[in-house]
Every structure is written in C-alpha cells, then in structure tokens.
Design a protein around this ligand. Structure first.
Ligand SMILES: *Cc1c(COP(=O)(O)O)cnc(C)c1O
Length: 404
C-alpha cells in the first residue's frame, strides 16, 4: 500500500462491516468549490509520511492537531484579521480566552499595566487576580487624557489596555491620542473592540498593536456561540501570543468558528440596523418623562461626542445606557416589564436585550463603587437588536410607563 492510499484512498469495500463503519469513504470535491465554508470538525489530521508529520510541528501553515490550528478556525482568524486590517489573528473559545492570552502572553511577575478604569468586569477580575497572585501592578486611567497615560507609564510597563466603547457607561477611549503616547515609550497597546465591531472602528489603523473581540457578541450575533479573537499587525508579537495560546488550550471549537463565520456574513447589515435603531431609540428615550439621562455616543450631549465623531463616523454602536428617574425600583420594574426585549446579560445579539446592572451584574458593588464605575441605581443597559424599531419603541414605551 502506498502512503497516499494509507490516508486518502477509499478503503477496500470488501473489509468487514466493523472496519467499514470506522472508515467511511472520503468524498473529494473536484471541479467546483463549496460556496459555504467547509466545516473541519475533526481534531486530528493524518499524514502520508513520518517526515511530513514531523515537519508539520514547525509549520504554522500545516494542520496536525486542532489545538494548534484547524482549517475552519483559521478561516475565521483570517476573516477577522482582514476586517481589522491586521497581519493575522488567533481565535479562542471565548472573549475571556482572548483577553487572558493577551494579558498572560505579555505580562510576567512584577510587570505593570496601564488600563482604562471602566473595564469589562471579567478583564478587571483577571487584572485584580494578576495583581494579587503575581505582583502585576495596574494603574487605572480615564481613557481620554494622554497626559494621564504619559504620567502613568513606567520602565516596567508592558501594556496599555483600552476598550473602544466602555460598558455600561458608553464612554469612549481616545485610541489615537493614548496609543501615540504608549508607542513612543515602546509599550504595546491592546484594544477590546467588542462594542464597536470592525465595521465601526479599526483600532490597528489608529495606533493599536492588538485588537480583541468577544466574538460571542456582534461578530457571532445570534446568541449561539462563545468565541474570542485577537488580531495583530506584528507577526512576532502574534507568535508570542500563539505560543501561549497553544499551551493555555482555550481553543475554538470548529463548529463555533463555523457559526461565527456564518454570522459574520451579515455583520455589516446588522451593524447598520443596530446603529440606526439605537440612534432613533436614544433620541426618543431622551425626551421621555421616566428617563433622567441617556448615554449613547451618537447623541449630541454625550461627554465623548468629539471622539465619537472622529473614531465612529459610521455609527455609534448598538448599546445605550439610560438612567431611570425612579432609581433602583424603576430600573428593576422596567427590565421586568419589557416583553419583546429579553432580560439578559449579553449584547450584540439580533434580539434586543435589557439589563439592570445595579440589581444583577454589579449587585456586589456598594453605592460608592457603583458611582465610581459610572453606574447609577436606576441605570439600565439596552443592547438594541435588529427588530423593527417601531415594535421596539412600543415595547420600551409600555415598560417605561410601569417605571414612572
Ligand atoms: C462579553 C465581553 C467580553 C468577554 O467575552 P466572553 O466571550 O463572554 O468570554 C470581553 N469584553 C467585552 C467588552 C465583552 O462585552
């Protein structure tokens, strides 16, 4: 038997049923290409020779074992890298997997990070853990003041960590101004771009070195996968993260990658609708008697309106946060009164989701800690889906009537 027959040729149909059941015939596609992305669910690949198998350990382009690389997952990595304008990407089992790869890949004991104050809760928790267990020091900054970043940098600083749009305050970070300060000092800049998606903002072009996504949110978009991606423009830096990623093992399941790719085909249409509906609802909410304040970067009164005009010219995203005039009780009443919107923690989904941080995700925080995080007792976060905007307004309006 030749080596090619060993891995590729059809199995002798005269073999016994027990054997045939384990070795189905292989259907090769010739003369046409599948328009949909093929799903390579298998985790391990067979080789024609011992040398080919040995060589593949040293090649990023061949596939051996799916924790180290898989064709469907690689398709997702390449697709997001192209959207973000990066040289390459690494895919993970969740957004937190991606965040951990960046933090653990770049930091070691005694290192220092400068991070934006209002961070995704999971990221804040990892930084707090790193500080306790490994002596990593963290300086928190506002995200809008380059002089504050310049003052925070130290010789031991290994990373500046930002988010394009912060949760749930919807404050923006001035990526180009802050990245310029860090780059000048030779400090890599990572930006969590989950809230903007690559359709609204491409941080690499603004001076970032790494872009992070929770693909669970807008990229996937359909509440059916967990995923995370890191995109970079420096192959050396990506290589360091890849090394750590393979060891960490938070690899993407090929089916999750396949579903993410399927979701991404409509990303531009979804983002257009998320942004248009969020802008319309933010404007209507601003005039409602039950609402004390609306925070949406597309609204004229937003504190970072000038940054929004520079960094988010194609839309200010799908997430609105609002303060209900009636405080905590009104917030709770509102999220329980919506019918079309779902009371749910995630965001970036085709369905509209609402949540009340003070009674759910941030319930451990006392009044002072809530205020420091920019969250009021009556703050509600709204992730605007792609339903018809008038149906959404009908739902919000009836729920607001119960929160007066
Ligand atoms: C959800 C989220 C994450 C974490 O992503 P998972 O996929 O849930 O692990 C990180 N950053 C932001 C901004 C998020 O919204």
């Amino acid at each position: 038997m030749t080596s090619s027959e060993r891995t590729h040729a059809s199995i002798d149909p005269a073999l016994r049923p027990e054997t045939l059941a384990v070795h189905p015939p292989r259907v090769e596609v010739t003369g046409s290409v599948p328009l949909g992305v093929p799903l390579h669910q298998g985790h391990v690949f067979a080789f024609e020779s011992a040398d080919a198998l040995a060589d593949s350990f040293h090649s990023a382009d061949s596939f051996l074992y799916s924790r180290m690389g898989n064709p469907t997952v690689r398709t997702l990595e390449d697709a997001v890298a192209r959207l973000e304008g990066g040289a390459g990407a690494l895919s993970f089992a969740s957004g937190m997997g991606a965040i951990n790869a960046v933090l653990f890949g770049l930091l070691s004991g005694g290192g220092h990070v400068v991070a934006q104050r209002c961070l995704y809760g999971g990221t804040y928790a990892v930084l707090t853990d790193l500080a306790k267990r490994w002596g990593v020091e963290v300086t928190y900054v506002s995200g809008t003041d380059p002089a504050e970043v310049a003052a925070a940098l130290r010789p031991a600083t290994r990373l500046l960590y930002l988010e394009t749009i912060a949760n749930p305050t919807t404050r923006l970070s001035d990526i180009p101004a802050l990245a310029a300060v860090a780059r000048e000092a030779g400090v890599p800049v990572a930006v969590d771009n989950t809230f903007a998606s690559p359709l609204l903002c491409r941080p690499l072009a603004l001076g970032a070195d790494l872009v992070i996504h929770s693909a669970t949110k807008f990229l996937g978009g359909h509440a059916d996968i967990l995923g995370g991606i890191v995109v970079g423009d420096d192959p050396e830096l990506l290589g360091r993260l890849r090394h750590f990623a393979v060891e960490m093992g938070a690899s993407t399941d090929p089916f999750a990658a396949w579903l993410t790719l399927r979701g991404m085909q409509t990303l531009s249409l979804r983002m257009e609708r998320h942004c248009a509906s969020a802008a319309e609802l933010a404007a209507r909410l601003s005039g409602h008697p039950a609402v004390a304040a609306v925070r949406y970067p597309g609204l004229p009164g937003h504190p970072d309106r000038e940054i929004a005009e520079r960094l988010l010219p194609d839309g200010a995203g799908g997430v609105i946060s609002l303060d209900l005039a009636g405080g905590r009780d009104a917030g709770r009443a509102f999220v329980e009164a919506v019918r079309l919107a779902s009371l749910s923690v995630s965001l970036g989904d085709v369905k509209t989701l609402v949540m009340h941080p003070a009674s759910t995700s941030h319930r451990q925080l006392d009044a002072a800690a809530l205020e420091a995080a920019g969250i009021g007792p009556g703050t509600v976060r709204l992730s605007v889906g792609i339903e018809h905007v008038e149906d959404l307004w009908g739902d919000l309006d009836q729920a607001l009537a119960k929160a007066l």
